[in-house]
Ligand binder design. Structure first.
Ligand SMILES: O=C(O)[C@@H](CO)OP(=O)(O)O
Length: 260
């Protein structure tokens, strides 16, 4: 008997205004840029062209992920499907770097590329934590009784601790396997990296080389045991490759990005 294959479609939101301006974003709620909205529509087109048909959508609590999801659903004519928003799919909290220009941070590290990329991409790299009041924690998190569980700055390792148990029980075992739903997750770069690391068993060292483009859906095919049955794939590999290169080099040059 052939094994059942469950499809999980996942993508990083379209370009945000601060991706465009080259600033660390994290949990700050920055909207999509004009280009980002176009990328979201293109993601809808790719999902449709590949005959993928999501039954439920998960996004983070941040507008850039929610908006990307809604643009995709609008394209698919499926705005009516269930939509779950959770902080567990939020971007990595960038601590005191949130709102800072990436090049200025690089400069403050005396242009030490290794140090800068360590914070951005190493599994253990942690930004300086926020001390005291965190302006990125607002009323959208009021439903969380114990605010102490919310981060003040995270490494990828910390992101995986708050993400993977939720991902496995709620998304993989409940939605994909038990209910046999096709799930669409619209989220952020560090969350996509975490899921690639977990499902593809990428080592702590190798994950630093993986960058995620904005707005290009990738697909995980998963069996009833929650394991990958084939390597994950981007729906537009060429576009993904270009996007990865761009993300990898962010902050290393002074960009001319600015208001749209
Ligand atoms: O600013 C951020 O929150 C992230 C993603 O946009 O940046 P980086 O890719 O440098 O980790």
């Amino acid at each position: 008997m052939s094994e059942k294959v469950h499809k999980l479609i996942i993508l990083r939101h379209g370009e945000s205004q601060w991706n465009h301006e080259n600033k660390f974003c994290g949990w700050i709620d920055i909207p999509l840029s004009t280009k980002g909205k176009g990328e979201a529509a293109n993601a809808g087109k790719l999902i449709h062209a590949n005959n993928l048909d999501p039954d439920i959508i998960y996004t983070s609590k941040l507008t850039r992920s929610i908006d990307t999801g809604l643009i995709i659903l609008q394209y698919l004519n499926k705005l009516w499907i269930d939509h779950i928003k959770t902080w567990r799919l939020n971007e990595r909290h960038y601590g005191q770097f949130q709102g800072c220009d990436k090049y200025e941070v690089f400069k403050s590290m005396n242009f030490d590329k290794e140090k800068f990329q360590y914070i951005r991409r190493d599994y253990h790299g942690t930004p300086p934590l926020i001390e005291g009041n965190d302006p990125s924690i607002d009323e959208r998190y009021n439903d969380i009784p114990n605010k102490d569980i919310l981060p003040k700055g995270e490494s990828l390792e910390m992101v995986m601790k708050r993400l993977i148990p939720f991902f496995l029980s709620e998304i993989v075992h409940h939605q994909l396997i038990q209910l046999d739903k096709t799930v669409l997750i619209v989220t952020h770069g560090s969350i996509v990296r975490s899921l690639i690391k977990y499902l593809n068993k990428v080592s702590d060292d190798d994950i630093s080389k993986i960058n995620v483009p904005t707005g290009v859906p990738l697909v995980f095919e998963i069996n009833d045991l929650g394991e990958l049955v084939r390597d994950y794939y981007y729906l537009d590999p060429e576009l993904a490759k270009k996007g990865m290169e761009k993300v990898k080099n962010e902050g290393l040059k002074k960009e001319s990005g600015g208001k749209l």
